[in-house]
Design a protein around this ligand. Structure first.
Ligand code: GLU
Length: 313
């Protein structure tokens, strides 16, 4: 039997002053036939994540000596930042003002504050997860601040700052779900975004789950609410942003993988990498990092210490 089927006649609404009440809307709906979000694919094979064989979270030591990349940004008068617009708490549009805001947005603004003397001198370019690396490589953006995990494979293609957030991949499920951890995922549907570490990790820890790969994190939230997936799996920072939008959902299970976030930059722009690392050091020492964490991510619990920077030269 279909969960919800047939013709639903909405009760007639009596409009003040009308003698006869008319049915205003007829809705024919079945939740089982609601289409999946556009671009969603059920994937059976995801390239595995190789065991991390390098020390990708160690970056270049900060320096205030400006080189060609920093000078070009100063000449332009604005920092071009690749970012997302639909990850609640990290980078999303304020529904009233339309302005981008969130933890990643504020981190980018701190970089602009140090480079240009003004946190407002930022031009945001919206990116999907698969676009992050090419946007940095072809110079479409100066920096990418988009919940991006530092991995060895990515560090071969772009440069990363030091770690600015230690996220952890977990699961988001309805509160009445029997799923309590990765051991309960066999035969279940799990939603993640294409070309993310999240999708690859689910494939590794839950090989018997059906993977639903979507284009935007919002699509996973909608699929979970519509009963089209049994769980969403990605970083706790992103899942928390979904959970605060729906009190019927909660995070469960242990960390499936550590997700150290870095700011992505072009490998040839070493002076920019050093300048950005200087900003990350400043904000972890002057209390800015802590206040940003408390402003956006307090739903994850008490604020941890800012990540300890690691340098390789
Ligand atoms: N941190 C994960 C990644 O870099 C997921 C975040 C995202 O893509 O938005 O792949």
């Amino acid at each position: 039997m279909r969960a919800v089927a047939g013709l639903v006649l909405l009760a007639a609404t009596v409009v003040a002053g009308c003698a006869t009440a008319q049915p205003l809307v007829q809705v024919s709906a079945s939740l089982t036939t609601v289409p999946l979000p556009s671009g969603t694919a059920v994937v059976s094979r995801v390239p595995g994540v190789p065991v991390e064989s390098c020390d990708a979270t160690a970056s270049l030591r900060p320096s205030t000596v400006s080189g060609p990349a920093v000078q070009a940004i100063r000449q332009r008068g604005r920092l071009v930042v690749g970012i997302d617009q639909s990850t609640n708490l990290m980078s999303f549009r304020d529904p009233v003002s339309g302005e981008l805001q969130g933890f990643d947005v504020d981190i980018a603004r701190e970089v602009a504050r140090d480079l240009l003397g003004d946190p407002g001198k930022v031009e945001f370019r919206l990116l999907t997860s698969p676009e992050r690396i090419s946007a940095v490589q072809d110079g479409a953006v100066d920096i990418v601040v988009k919940a991006m995990t530092i991995t060895c494979a990515r560090a071969e293609q772009i440069a990363f700052s030091t770690v600015y957030l230690d996220a952890h991949q977990r699961l988001l499920v309805p509160k009445d779900s029997p799923i309590e951890g990765p051991g309960d995922l066999a035969g279940k549907r799990v939603c993640s975004q294409v070309e993310t570490t999240s999708l690859a990790t689910v494939a590794r820890v839950a090989p018997e789950a059906t993977l639903l790969a979507v284009q935007n994190w919002d699509d996973c939230l909608v699929a979970l609410q519509q009963g089209q997936t049994d769980a969403v799996s990605t970083d706790d920072s992103i899942l928390a942003g979904m959970a605060v939008q729906d009190p019927n959902l909660h995070l469960v299970g242990p960390s499936l993988e550590g997700e150290p976030y870095g700011i992505g930059m072009n490998k040839s722009r070493e002076d920019l990498v050093r300048a950005v690392n200087g900003t990350l050091e400043r904000i972890s020492q002057d209390g800015t990092w802590l206040s940003l964490y408390r402003r956006w991510l307090n739903v994850l619990g008490a604020a941890p210490h800012p990540p300890e920077p690691r340098y390789r030269d």
